[in-house]
Write a protein that binds this ligand. Sequence first.
Ligand code: NAP
Length: 361
Amino acid sequence: MTRTFPFTSTLAHGDGIPDLTGKVAIVTGSNGGIGIETAYYLASHNCTVYIASRESQKTTAAHSTLLERLLKAKVPNAEKLLHILPLSLNSIAAANDAARHFLSLNTGRLDILINNAGIAFEVGDKLSQDGFEIQFQVNFLSHLAFTLPLLPLLQKTSVEHGSARLVNVGSDAHRLFVTPPEGGKELFGMEEIRTAAKPANGNSWGVGDIGGSGKRYGLSKLAVLMVTTHLSDLLEQEYPNLRIITTHPGTIATTGLGGGMGQFGIPSWVLGITQWLASVFYGGLSEEDGALSATWAACAEVVEKEGIRAGYWVPVQRWYGGAVRAIGEGEVNALSHDKETGKKLYDWAVEYIQRYTTEAA
Ligand SMILES: NC(=O)c1ccc[n+]([C@@H]2O[C@H](COP(=O)([O-])OP(=O)(O)OC[C@H]3O[C@@H](n4cnc5c(N)ncnc54)[C@H](OP(=O)(O)O)[C@@H]3O)[C@@H](O)[C@H]2O)c1
């Protein structure tokens, strides 16, 4: 970790978030978990926020809850700040449709796009309707299909308003669960991404298929980091004020993310104890804590002051009861430095996205 910025002077549970009046943000997966708290941080600082989530009762309830909280906090024009943008990341076509729907709203600007939605520890034998491993589809491919049509608006905003931010909620799993493939295999071998087979070289912990699913989750987050780093490199010259930042939220044991573990036949009491232990060891991080790193990447002024354009940023946290104190540069998987693979994966993904969206049209 080379650089650390304490929240005390920049951002801590809302303190120090600048006034975001006039700015427009989209937060994917903001009907619960870390996403809803991220949406709250932004909207409570007068940002217009689109809750980009699947059409469901959960999403309408999240909208009502957020509105109630904003009204309670006496945020002016709260009703006008919050909107729902229906978004399903189950397929490339659906994600692309959601982006086009947003563009049809003619907001004129998009200052912040936070790609936060995600799934983890889905069993390795699940494929999406497009035929990809499900975590790779939701966490990486569909998010890219959602982002690409929005990119010109982010670019335009960065030029006209001097700043725009594309933030990915990544995960340390990209580093912890992914090791170099053996036997000349490719890091993102299509034979693995397009099939249900358990990945070779998965870090098995000997519990059902968690090792395989964990690796696939890590791979999906590594793909996000590598491809958006490539995108950032591509755009650096022409759009220096468009910042593309990946974050890790910390370990928040109470979100829906661990829900998939039930599929492995682990009893709920074991999950309960595990969550409790994680919450003790990881400083009892709440969803609000978890939302801080993406919020920091999305709007902290220090990001511009320090000329931060990209990178992987993580909360600096204490063990045993400490809350998040600061954000710092995180350690990345050495594999993420492979620019050639980043470019290859980007080109490959763009080709698939084009093919699937043309077929759907
Ligand atoms: N919690 C942690 O410890 C932790 C650690 C590292 C990284 N993260 C990352 O943090 C982000 C937020 O996760 P969380 O912990 O807040 O988990 P969460 O409570 O399960 O939230 C996940 C969000 O993603 C949405 N989502 C899932 N599949 C979707 C799909 N196919 N289409 C549209 N939306 C979909 C969910 O909406 P539905 O309700 O409609 O499913 C929900 O809003 C994720 O990217 C996760 O990988 C979390």
